[in-house]
Design a protein around this ligand. Structure first.
Ligand SMILES: Nc1ncnc2c1ncn2[C@@H]1O[C@H](COP(=O)(O)OP(=O)(O)OP(=O)(O)O)[C@@H](O)[C@H]1O
Length: 819
């Protein structure tokens, strides 16, 4: 369906105002006086109805006489045709050329609106004359077949729209159409081919209009009637087919009256109220539109009534509009007449913008373009409004600057925080890596020892091969970890560099900014927060070390107690070694444990398992980690480096150190006797040790699960003959307590231990390599220069006073000598 749209060119025109004064009715002639004078077809004079005013009052401007000038003014003798020809005809002719036109009659009740618009048989009104003009023009056109005329007729009664061309019309609603503006949804449009047909429809519609007899008018219109004629014309120019559409709206308004004047009541009163409401809205629109032209933009209350919405185009849009102000000459209508003329005078200022409605058959693209243009204009407007709102809401520049600064600082703080977190993670990773490699190197040392020992015993044996393979694995691990550590180190350096950059940015911001003190405080506050995070990390690391150290100490005590020593023995042993046991008696956490019944006591803080079970937690002592212990010489806490680590719960070992007595393997479970035929060098139970250890402390040995299982690695080289095994077993050792001697993996996993010592560990249990949960490997390392409890334990357990010799020149001899 082709659409019609206005071309870009607009013609601004002013609303035409014509005043028509009707003659006095016969009734009025009898009682009223004519007070309206029309001069020169333009001037309207309303005389003071008070006849007592004399010449002097008029000279001194004390009369109520009013004088107006309009586009057209018609006196009582003028016919509707006169009005039409003079003021309307050209406008109506424009409709055939594609222009919109609106003609409305405005005036008080009984002033002649209906007479002017509809007329009589003898004096046809403007509607009739207009229709005739339209069809005459169409007829005169050579291509009359290309015209299409449609007609609709509606009334607005009590703010409800009815279709006057429908017998029983329902309520119709107004709709806003982007193309056509305000339209009445569902309004019937009848195609007509002659003026007579329209007049027929007009009469039909008028008969359906709501009229009532009032005091002022026997057939007073109670509604506003709008007759709309649309003339559509197809024409072909050299480029394309065009459609020209003109629209004529002829409006007969209801009379404006006061209830008191019309003596109305009930329904009539309500009608009057609504009529007045619409007319008041119309008057307000006219006022606003008049003001708009004089003072610029003003709000026009079109939406205040249905009438003003329907007339919107006619009042300010694309329309040539003629206002016919009808007045009564009767002196008793003075106020209404003056009031009508006052509005008519304001309406003279109203300007409309006339455009020819030309469309093309193929207007789709153009229409879309128009819609786009319209939307873009709307977008621009909204953006502008938004910008204005934002500028109103925006904070002061100084505050904004501070906010920007703070926002920037927040970003910087976030980056700093990320930087710190990254550094912590890198340091943590490096810490763990170094720790792992320390264990690797320690294990490597022992592997070298073990390999050397193994080679001395059996060249190219399977165990030696396993040890060498393990050594290679450890070497690879060390290399990989060193490489990874180097990478971490570089990343830490890069991180540190970034930290310096961030700090530099913050300081630069502080030095460049006006509010230096505030920013400096803010910066310090945030940097302190970062430093605090780092300190917390360090504290956590130290806490971990302390925790592990305590755990190790507890385990050492467990072992010591497990050997069955009593307080006196331990103290004497410690004294021999130059070890001071702090607050042994005084400590509230320490107490003697008579429950053992053998005079032994155990420190209650050392382990919850004391006296019964023994911790299976492993301890690893290594250099280079901060470990504090009580120095016997200074009586103070000395720093030495130790890291304690729990490897797994079923295995328990101590890492050996270069000068320490090396390793212990212990089997806990086996119902079998010592199996012969195994490599003696790995399974040695030195008779001497057993006898020496056992004889002074027979009870202790029996009571301790460890007593029979700890064998010094120094006996590794001793042969473990069948005789010795028998001696071991016949000395009251339980088969499942057969000690194993060897070096363990510092990584301590059963799998790894099995891998390297599988032959040895399996042997006591037959050929059940999977039975590893019973295997416990002790691998002890005693830090040099650290006379801690581990030394005490080892010295006693191994029976090797020489194990202390490198650390303490005074402490020599068998542990039994100490006690
Ligand atoms: N130009 C005229 N010549 C002769 N009689 C006229 C003229 N104008 C109006 N009248 C008469 O004046 C009376 C009122 O006219 P009309 O009904 O048109 O007034 P109105 O303004 O439409 O009133 P309302 O607002 O109540 O409908 C009618 O009797 C009408 O015949």
């Amino acid at each position: 369906m082709p659409s019609i749209r206005a071309p870009a060119s607009k013609q601004t025109t002013t609303l035409s105002v014509a005043v028509k004064c009707r003659p006095l009715t016969k009734k009025e002639q009898r009682r009223d006086r004519d007070i309206v004078r029309v001069n020169d077809d333009k001037e309207v004079i309303v005389l003071d109805p008070d006849l007592s005013k004399d010449y002097l009052d008029r000279v001194q401007n004390r009369t109520k006489e009013k004088n107006y000038c309009f586009d057209y003014a018609f006196g009582p003798d003028c016919t509707n045709l006169d009005v039409y020809k003079t003021s309307i005809h050209s406008t109506i002719a424009g409709v055939v050329q594609g222009l919109n036109a609106t003609v409305f009659a405005y005036g008080s009740t009984g002033s002649g609106k209906t007479y002017t618009m509809v007329g009589t048989h003898d004096d046809p009104g403007l509607m009739v004359l207009s229709l005739h003009t339209i069809f005459d023009l169409i007829k005169k056109d050579k291509s009359s077949n290309d015209f299409e005329v449609t007609c609709s007729y509606l009334e607005v009664y009590n703010e409800v729209i009815y279709d006057l061309l429908e017998k029983s019309s329902g309520h119709l609603e107004l709709r806003e159409d982007p193309e056509q503006g305000i339209i009445v949804a569902g309004l019937r449009c009848i195609k007509v081919h002659s003026a007579d047909k329209i007049l027929e429809l007009l009469n039909l519609g008028n008969s359906r209009r709501k009229t009532e007899s009032t005091e002022a008018n026997a057939t007073s219109s109670r509604s506003h009637a709008v007759l709309e004629i649309t003339v559509k014309r197809k024409q072909r120019n050299q480029y394309r087919n065009q459609i020209i559409r003109g629209k004529l709206a002829l409006v007969d308004l209801a009379g404006s009256e006061r209830a008191s004047e019309t003596n109305s009541g009930g329904q009539k009163l309500r009608d009057g109220a609504n009529i007045n409401r619409s007319l008041l809205a119309l008057a307000n629109c006219i006022n606003a539109l008049g003001k708009q032209q004089k003072k610029g933009l003003a709000y026009v209350p079109y939406r205040n009534s249905k009438l003003t919405r329907i007339l919107k185009d006619g009042l300010s849009g694309n329309s040539r509009t003629v206002m016919i102000a009808t007045i009564s000459p009767a002196d008793n209508q003075y106020h209404h007449t003056v009031n009508t003329l006052k509005y008519a005078d304001r309406a003279k200022e109203i300007k409309t913008h006339v455009q020819k409605n030309i469309g093309t058959i193929d207007t789709h693209v153009a229409d879309y373009q128009r819609m786009i243009d319209s939307l873009q204009i709307e977008v621009c407007r909204l953006r502008k409004e938004l910008a204005e709102k934002e500028s109103q809401l925006s904070i002061k520049p100084a505050e904004k600057a501070v906010d920007d600064e703070l926002s920037w600082l927040n970003v910087l703080s976030y980056e700093t925080s990320e930087n710190v977190q990254e550094r912590i993670n890198l340091q943590k990773a490096l810490f763990e890596l170094e720790e792992t490699n320390l264990r690797n190197r320690s294990e490597l040392q022992h592997l070298d020892d073990a390999i050397a020992t193994q080679q001395a015993i059996e060249k190219d044996g399977a165990v030696g091969q396993a040890l060498r393979e393990r050594r290679q694995v450890i070497l690879d691990n060390i290399r990989d970890n060193d490489e990874a550590g180097g990478t971490y180190q570089k990343e830490i350096e890069a991180n540190e560099k970034h930290r310096c950059q961030l700090q530099g940015m913050i300081e630069e911001a502080i030095s460049n900014n006006g509010n230096k003190t505030y920013l400096r405080i803010l910066s310090q506050y945030r940097l302190l927060g970062m430093a605090n995070t780092e300190l917390q990390f360090e504290m956590a690391m130290r806490d971990q070390v302390i925790h592990n150290q305590r755990e190790a100490q507890r385990n050492l005590w467990n072992l010591l107690m497990g050997l069955g020593l009593d307080q006196k023995q331990i103290m004497e042993l410690a004294a021999k070694q130059g070890i001071t046991i702090e607050n042994w008696r005084e400590s509230p956490n320490m107490k003697q444990l008579p429950a053992t019944g053998d005079g032994r006591f155990l420190p209650s803080w050392s382990s919850p398992q004391i006296g019964g079970s023994y911790s299976s937690t492993s301890c690893v002592f290594q250099h280079q980690q901060d470990f504090r212990c009580m120095s016997c010489s200074k009586g103070q806490w000395d720093s030495t480096h130790t890291v304690c680590r729990e490897e797994h719960h079923s295995s328990y070992y101590l890492l050996s150190h270069d000068h320490s007595p090396s390793a212990y393997l212990r089997t806990r479970k086996s119902s079998e006797h010592w199996v012969s035929g195994r490599p003696n060098h790995l399974f040695c139970t030195p008779e001497k040790l057993v006898q020496d250890v056992q004889s002074p402390y027979p009870d202790m040995r029996k009571s301790s699960p460890w007593s029979e299982g700890c064998v010094a690695s120094s006996y590794l080289r001793d042969s473990f003959s069948q005789k010795q095994k028998d001696a071991w077993n016949t000395n009251g050792k339980q088969p499942h307590e057969v000690p194993l001697v060897g070096t363990s993996s510092s990584h301590g996993s059963h799998k790894e231990i099995t891998k390297h010592y599988g032959e040895a560990t399996r042997s006591p249990y037959g050929n059940n390599p999977s039975d590893l949960s019973s295997l416990h490997v002790f691998h002890h390392a005693t830090p040099t220069n650290c006379p801690d409890l581990s030394k005490l334990l080892l010295s006693y357990a191994t029976g090797e006073p020489t194990s202390f010799s490198s650390h303490s020149s005074e402490a020599k001899g068998h542990p039994s000598n100490f006690v």
